[in-house]
Structure formats: structure tokens, C-alpha cells
Write a protein that binds this ligand. Structure first.
Ligand SMILES: [Zn+2]
Length: 310
């Protein structure tokens, strides 16, 4: 086993995944802890514990779902019930090493860009489909962070004026059509509105995974719902592709694990048809991300290493 050059931690709503990586971005150590919630001190303690178990004296990167500034200040993390925590500075004080704290999708894209499905490209857009819809952008060889760390948040691009309500408070956001939560809601609405036959009627609870499994089984209603979701994903991507002109669009996140073969071709078709100059250029492929659940932790580690100049 080669020596770790950095540690990265992906702070999920329930679990915290810490990975040590070597100079090639290969995983050389792994730790899992339960994520403490609503307690900043306990979170810092858990991060210090996880990092110290894996390596000492190397930079530490952290990815958190929420608003994180490039200074590493956690402004708002609803899943963790935390706000206004100077996480980067506190980790540097406790560990005595450089720390980089960023949004979870930002670090996941950094990982995919450096060692995953976006490797070798200077222009990559990434979208994650999960409970919500996240996004991040590499443009002209730089990770776009924006003024508040919110650059590339495709989930809240409006795709349909006056459309479905979104958890962010607006209507018609992409997230309201393309998240796992939205897929389940779309299916429930169709079942209530009509009497079309569907295997989903037999289930007590319908979540995004149940809809996807039914669609894979050729359930017509479930298939229509996933294709609709893919359609709106495509509409959102047209906006991002027109702004950033990426070489490739990567789709990550748990909700896409099974649904990708149905949703991605649908989205890719809309992109190919509607982007500016569609007749005079190649459309970017819409492709699955490669690093799976490890993307965030690997990317956080590599970002911390890169920012520390190691
Ligand atoms: Zn929204």
C-alpha cells in the first residue's frame, strides 16, 4: 500500500465516509462513522477522528451538502441541521494541516474530473440525482465555485414556469421533476389522476426506486414517469450546455444508479436536439459518473491536496 497524500470525507445525512488516497487518487484507506447532527462540536470531533485514523500530517478535504464558502465556512446545511460553522478553520486548528471544505457535488466533480469519468477534459458539467438534484461545473479547466459556493446548482434552474413546487420554495425547478423524490411524486399523481393499470398500484409505499424497478419491468406508467423526468433533465441541461459548452455531462447520485438506462438517453436526446448550433456541432454525451459513492470523498481529498500545493 502506497502512502496517503490526503484524506477526504463525504459528510452524508446519516453516514460519514472518509477515504485516504495516494498520489494517483487510488483509495488506500477507508473509514465509516455515523454523522452527528445538529451539533457542530460533535461533527468536528467525528471528522478529526476519521481523518486521524487514516493518516496524519496530510491535507484534509470535506464535502457537505449545503452552502459552503470557498473559505470553508458552512453557511447552511439543512441535512445536518447546522448553520454558520467555520468548519475549515476549526479543522485546521484541531488537525494542524490544511483543510478544504466545499459543497458535496463540487468535490464529487473534482474527483470525477481528476480521476473519474471527466478525466482529461477541461469542460465538464456534473449533475447528481438523489433526494434532491445537485450540480457542479468545470469550465476552461477550473472548478466553478461562484461568489457563494453555489455555482452550477442546476437543481434549481427553472425548467417550467409555474410548475411543480420545489423544496427550495420556488416552482418549476429541475429538482421538482428529476429527483428521486420527484419521480415518486409524479408516479403517485398519475396513479391518483387515472385508472391506468400499473404494478405500482399493488404497493403500499412508492419511492423513486420502486418506480425505477417497475419501469425496468416495462410497467408503462412507470416508464412514462421516468421518461418525463429525463425530458425535464434534458431541458435543464440545455441551459447549462448553452452556457458552459461542456465536452461531457456526467450524471451521478444514488437515484441514477438504476434509472440511468431509461433517463439518460431521454435527456441526451433533448440536449442533442435543442442546444444552440445543434446542426453544426457534436452534442456532449450524457454519461454516468464513474466513482459512485466514493466520488465525494476522493474529490475532497484531491482538492485538499491540490489547494495545499502538495
Ligand atoms: Zn428549487
Amino acid at each position: 500500500v502506497t502512502a496517503p497524500v490526503a484524506v477526504g470525507v463525504d459528510v452524508g445525512g446519516t453516514k460519514l465516509l472518509a477515504l485516504a488516497v495516494d498520489a494517483d487518487g487510488e483509495v488506500v484507506g477507508r473509514q465509516r462513522l455515523t454523522t452527528p447532527r445538529a451539533d457542530a462540536d460533535a461533527l468536528v470531533e467525528a471528522l478529526v477522528e476519521a481523518a486521524s485514523e487514516l493518516a496524519s500530517g496530510v491535507p484534509v478535504g470535506v464535502g457537505v451538502a449545503g452552502i459552503v464558502t470557498r473559505e470553508g465556512d458552512l453557511r447552511y446545511a439543512p441535512n445536518l441541521q447546522l448553520q454558520d460553522v467555520a468548519l475549515g478553520r476549526r479543522l485546521e486548528d484541531e488537525l494542524g494541516v490544511r483543510a478544504a471544505v466545499r459543497n458535496d457535488v463540487t468535490v464529487a466533480l473534482h474527483g470525477e474530473w481528476q480521476v473519474g469519468a471527466g478525466r482529461g477534459s477541461d469542460d465538464v458539467v456534473m449533475v447528481t440525482l438523489g433526494t434532491g438534484v445537485g450540480g457542479a461545473v468545470v469550465a476552461d479547466g477550473r472548478l466553478i465555485e461562484g461568489a457563494h459556493g453555489l455555482g452550477g446548482e442546476i437543481g434549481h434552474i427553472p425548467v417550467r414556469d409555474g410548475g411543480r413546487p420545489c423544496p427550495c420554495g420556488n416552482r418549476g425547478c429541475l429538482e421538482a421533476y428529476a429527483s428521486g423524490t420527484a419521480v415518486a411524486a409524479l408516479a403517485r399523481e398519475r396513479l391518483e389522476d387515472g385508472d391506468e393499470h400499473s404494478a405500482l398500484r399493488e404497493l403500499d409505499e412508492i419511492d423513486g426506486k420502486a418506480v425505477t424497478l417497475a419501469a425496468i419491468d416495462d410497467d408503462p406508467l412507470a416508464l412514462e414517469v421516468l421518461r418525463e423526468s429525463g425530458y425535464w433533465l434534458g431541458v435543464g441541461l440545455v441551459a447549462l450546455v448553452n452556457i458552459f459548452d461542456p465536452e461531457v455531462v456526467l450524471i451521478g447520485g444514488g437515484a441514477a444508479t438504476l434509472s440511468a438506462p431509461i433517463v439518460l438517453p431521454e435527456a441526451e436526446g433533448i440536449v442533442a436536439e435543442r442546444i444552440l448550433g445543434a446542426d453544426h456541432r457534436d452534442p456532449p454525451p450524457v454519461r454516468r459518473a464513474a466513482l459512485g459513492d466514493d466520488a465525494g470523498a476522493i474529490g475532497a481529498a484531491l482538492l485538499a491536496r491540490d489547494l495545499a500545493g502538495a
